[in-house]
Design a protein around this ligand. Structure first.
Ligand SMILES: C[S@@+](CC[C@H](N)C(=O)[O-])C[C@H]1O[C@@H](n2cnc3c(N)ncnc32)[C@H](O)[C@@H]1O
Length: 270
C-alpha cells in the first residue's frame, strides 16, 4: 500500500473512500439475488416448500457430511446421491402424479430434490427398519425416503400430516412401503410404540412444536437412532435436545443453485 492510501485507510475518511468498492461488492451479490428472484417469479409456480437443485460444491459437501455421520466411505455416498438423481422412474412418477393432482397449478413440472438427496443417502447408508417423517405435504420427501427403502429391500416409512390433501405423490410402488397417518404429529407420535430408527421433523416449524415432537418420539427411539430436523437452520431445538441427552449434533447447510431462497439444512442428532 502506498503512503497516501495507508494514510486514508487509517483516517476517518476510510469508509467513504471505500464506498465505491463496497457498493460494487454488495451490488454484485444483490443483483444475483434479483436475477434469481425474477427467474423464479416468471418460471416457477411454487409458493411454498420450494424445490431446487443444489450448488455443485454444496452437493459434494453433503456427500462428505453424510459419509462422516453414517461412517461410510464418501464414494459410497456419492453413488447414493447419483442413484437418486438418475432415478428416472421416480422422476416420472413425481411428474405424472403432479400433473394429475388438484395442486398442479402450484407445482413445477421439473423434479428437484435439494436436501432430500441427503435424506436419501442417509437411509441408503444406514438401512433403518422404521423411518418416521412428520410433515408429508405433497409427499416429495416421502417418495424419496420410500425409494431409498425400496432399494435397501427392507424398511418402512410412517409419514404424518394434519392436512387431508397431503401425500398425493405417495402412490404406486412407493405406497407399498409407506403408511400415511392423518392428524396432529404430537397426538400420533404418542399413540404408537413401535421403535423408530430414523426420525425426521418436517411439520410445524416452531421451536416449541419441534421440541414437543422430540419429546414424544424419544421413548420410541431405537438404539443408535438418527434424529433429523428440517428446521435446524431456524431453531436451536435439535441441538439443545441433543446436548441435554448427551447426543452428538451436526449440521449441513443447503445452498440452492440459481434460486433466491437461501436454503434450509439438515440437523442431525445421534
Ligand atoms: C414443510 S411441509 C413438509 C414437507 C415434506 N416433508 C417434503 O419433504 O416435501 C410441512 C407439512 O407439515 C404439516 N403440518 C403442520 N403442522 C402439523 C402438525 N401439527 N402435525 C402434522 N403435520 C403438520 C403441514 O400440513 C405441511 O404439509
Amino acid at each position: 500500500m502506498g503512503d497516501f492510501r495507508r494514510r486514508v485507510a487509517s483516517s476517518r475518511f476510510a469508509r467513504a473512500a471505500a464506498l465505491p468498492t463496497r457498493i460494487r461488492v454488495v451490488g454484485r451479490h444483490d443483483l444475483g439475488v434479483l436475477t434469481d428472484s425474477a427467474r423464479w417469479l416468471t418460471r416457477s409456480r411454487e409458493h411454498t416448500n420450494f424445490t431446487y437443485d443444489l450448488q455443485p460444491l454444496n452437493r459434494e459437501h453433503l456427500s462428505w457430511w453424510v459419509a462422516g455421520v453414517a461412517d461410510v466411505p464418501v464414494d459410497e455416498v456419492r453413488s447414493y446421491v447419483r442413484e437418486l438423481e438418475e432415478d428416472d422412474d421416480l422422476v416420472r412418477h413425481v411428474r405424472t402424479m403432479t400433473q394429475e393432482s388438484d395442486r398442479r397449478g402450484l407445482a413445477d413440472s421439473e423434479v428437484r430434490f435439494g436436501r432430500r438427496l441427503g435424506w436419501y443417502a442417509l437411509v441408503r447408508a444406514t438401512r433403518p427398519n422404521h423411518v418416521v417423517e412428520t410433515g408429508t405435504d405433497k409427499g416429495l420427501g416421502s417418495v424419496v425416503l420410500a425409494a431409498a427403502l425400496l432399494r435397501n429391500g427392507t424398511g418402512r416409512l410412517t409419514t404424518i400430516d394434519v392436512n387431508a390433501e397431503s401425500g398425493y405423490l405417495v402412490t404406486d410402488r412407493y405406497a407399498g412401503v409407506v403408511e400415511r397417518r392423518l392428524g396432529d404429529s404430537l397426538a400420533l407420535l404418542g399413540e404408537e410404540s413401535s421403535p423408530v430408527d430414523l426420525f425426521l421433523h418436517d411439520s410445524l416449524h416452531t421451536r416449541a412444536h419441534e421440541l414437543a415432537e422430540l419429546a414424544a418420539v424419544e421413548p420410541r427411539l431405537a438404539p443408535g437412532a438418527l434424529v433429523l430436523s428440517d428446521n435446524a437452520h431456524a431453531t436451536d431445538a435439535l441441538m439443545t435436545w441433543a446436548e441435554q441427552r448427551g447426543r452428538s449434533f451436526s449440521y449441513w447447510q443447503e445452498r440452492p443453485d440459481r434460486h433466491w431462497y437461501p436454503g434450509c439444512g439438515i440437523g442431525l442428532a445421534r
